[in-house]
Design a protein around this ligand. Structure first.
Ligand code: NOJ
Length: 565
């Protein structure tokens, strides 16, 4: 099928369904809630929705542990209501992409339940089972020293068959054996099921992890908590398997794919996303720009470093230019809220708008995460019992076991937990933030700041963060330079300013962002005299011009978007 690459004009809104909107009054977000909010989503000006997993799941990792790929989790609805959501979205010009989680299933998936019963079971080879060893006392020991990224060791013992299964995430997420052609056929079948129903593509969960190095040797590089990672990150057959999915399924539909690719670098990404006959994914979610205040993971925090953020943004803009397409995001369900990380809670409104401008005008397809558009912030966890996420629980357990002080561990959890972005969306100042009815306990505590920060209040304010997102998205869709133009960064060594331009014949755009709690002076880049451009967007009421000494004064967290035609 001839591809028109419609995703290049798209702007996506990500829904993490459990916390989006409760429509049936049980305290859990669901598809009825989504139906109620379709007009709201369309009002943002976005053109698509990415649903984090909606499928049947015991929720060990909140839906990323799937027990039935072809049915909706009953807490969220059923296939009929999903079809209504899909039709309702399409009727509003919104495409819908599903999360495709095929590196692993749930341990409650019938395939896994079968596979663990005997070595001869036809489903045994759907998973990665290996023999282990014995220690001096005769106790079973795992096949290698790999760590799970979420929960202890990467192997779990099954006494019934005296073998171990691999889980690079939680124990309840056994890795599928993608080397087995029957498993790949199942993946194709799942893809066809949803595409035939009318969905427009997939966000492919940790898709670069699906192929493990043969022999799965022990890892002698001491990467605490991540031993083994290098033996399955971008593994030996990943391209071959994705080519198969493309040729047998995806190429027969007018659909798009965005693959999640932790740790990927541009040289490793291009073989997947470079446009041409070998391309297997349309875009990738990369991670470098999410490490501007940490080392590799949110759990190794560092002070925020704007140069690191800018370096990551510009590197990907430059390296993919003319070859491949970027997926742009600054928030999702796996990281704390961006205002609390890269912005300033003291200047919440200004910094949320600035952060929007910092990425929405780059080249690529933007994704906006639920609540991001109203500047939701991190919450506060008083104790680990208030933090449901399996990975946070694991971090807590490991650090406590190694003798760390409880208050230090909780400080880290409060800094790094991805549960910050999973609190219910704040719809109004009513009880439970309007997420679920008054008197019903929401599945996860609402952030107490909902009285001031909520959609209803933001709708009222002409200058709200929400309306800024609307204007920015509209502007991006209006200006061809945002889709087509080249990217150029200025002030690269500044620790306060992020300034970039987009250029094409006949139209240029300049984005200025002052990442500081104080006023900063900037000499405008050559050729970008603010007085000659049209100020199309800003986060203060006025925009003082260049001073007689040639400097442009920028107030705390000020951003401006100028267009030159
Ligand atoms: C990435 C997903 O975004 C995350 O939420 C999940 O925990 C892991 N993959 C495992 O599926």
């Amino acid at each position: 099928m001839e591809r028109n690459r419609w995703y290049k004009d798209a702007v996506f809104y990500q829904i993490w369904p459990r916390s989006f909107k409760d429509g049936n009054g049980d305290g859990i977000g669901d598809l009825w809630g989504v139906l109620e909010k379709l007009d709201y989503i369309a009002s943002l000006g976005v053109t698509g929705i990415w649903f984090s997993p909606l499928y049947v799941s015991p929720q060990a990792d909140y839906g990323y542990d799937i027990a039935d790929y072809k049915a909706i989790n009953p807490e969220y609805g059923d296939l009929d209501v999903f079809q209504q959501v899909l039709d309702g979205a399409h009727a509003r010009g919104l495409r819908v992409i599903m999360d495709l989680v095929v590196n692993h299933t749930s341990s409650e998936h019938p395939w896994f339940k079968e596979s663990r019963t005997s070595r001869d079971n036809p489903y045994h080879d759907y998973y990665i089972w290996r023999d282990g060893g014995r220690d001096r006392e005769g106790n079973p020991t795992p096949p290698n020293n790999w760590d799970s990224l979420f929960e202890g060791r990467a192997w779990e013992y099954e006494p019934a068959i005296d073998q171990w299964y691999l889980h690079v995430f939680a124990k309840g997420q056994p890795d599928l054996n993608m080397d087995n052609p029957a498993v790949r056929a199942e993946v194709e079948d799942i893809m066809r099921f949803w595409l035939d129903m009318g969905v427009d593509g997939f966000r492919e969960d940790v898709i670069t992890f699906i192929s493990k190095v043969e022999g799965m040797p022990s890892d002698h590089l001491m990467v605490p908590g991540a031993r083994g990672l290098r033996f399955y990150e971008n593994g030996p057959h990943v391209h071959e398997y994705l080519e198969q999915f493309r040729d047998n399924v995806l190429s027969h539909y007018d659909c798009m794919t965005v693959g999640e690719a932790p740790m990927i670098t541009p040289d490793k990404a291009l073989p997947f996303i470079e446009e041409g006959p070998n391309q297997t994914l349309d875009m990738m979610f990369t991670f470098e720009h999410m490490c501007a205040d940490c080392l590799f993971t949110d759990y190794v925090p560092l002070p925020f470093n704007l140069r690191k953020l800018k370096g990551a943004f510009s590197k990907w803009q430059k390296e993919l230019d003319g070859k491949a397409w970027n997926a742009l995001y600054i928030e999702n369900h796996d990281h704390p809220r961006v205002v609390s990380r890269y912005g300033s809670e003291a200047y919440r409104v200004e910094s949320a708008k600035l952060l929007a401008a910092s990425y929405l005008f780059q080249k690529g397809t933007p994704f906006v995460y639920q609540g991001q558009e109203i500047g939701m912030t991190n919450t506060h966890f008083g104790s680990i019992d208030e933090v449901p996420d399996v990975s946070a629980q694991n971090q807590y357990r490991n650090r406590m076991a190694s003798g760390a002080k409880e208050s230090d561990v909780m400080a880290l959890i409060n800094r790094a937990a991805r549960d910050h972005s999973r609190t219910p969306v704040q719809w109004s100042a009513e009880e439970n933030a309007g997420f679920c009815p008054a008197g019903v306990e929401p599945w996860f505590a609402v952030n107490p700041n909902y009285h001031g920060i909520n959609v209803a209040a933001a709708e009222e304010g002409e200058d709200s963060i929400l309306n800024f997102y609307r204007k920015a998205i509209a502007l991006r869709r209006e200006l061809p330079v945002v889709r087509e133009g080249s990217y150029k960064e200025f002030k690269r060594v500044s620790n306060e300013l992020y300034v970039y331009a987009r250029e094409m014949e006949g139209q240029r755009l300049l984005v200025i962002c002052n990442f500081a709690d104080h006023e900063t002076l900037m000499r405008p880049p050559a050729g970008y005299d603010p007085s000659l451009g049209e100020l199309r967007l800003g986060n203060y009421d006025d925009a003082p011009g260049t001073r007689p000494d040639g400097f442009l004064p920028l107030r705390p967290w000020e951003c401006r978007v100028y267009v030159y035609e």
